[in-house]
Design a protein around this ligand. Sequence first.
Ligand SMILES: [Zn+2]
Ligand SMILES: [Zn+2]
Length: 55
Amino acid sequence: MSVGNCTSCGATITTAKKFTKFVCPGCNEEKLLRCENCKKTANTYVCKKCGFSGP
Ligand SMILES: [Zn+2]
Ligand SMILES: [Zn+2]
């Protein structure tokens, strides 16, 4: 089952894979998803809603 796309790399995230889901620290609204790989490499993400970026 697809959960969405990784906010950093755009990879499709499914419930079969490990991923992190968190609320954007910038706007506290947008739900951000990160795949295991991006979490490991601390890939930068940018919130589509408020433009907040972080590692
Ligand atoms: Zn990713
Ligand atoms: Zn945001």
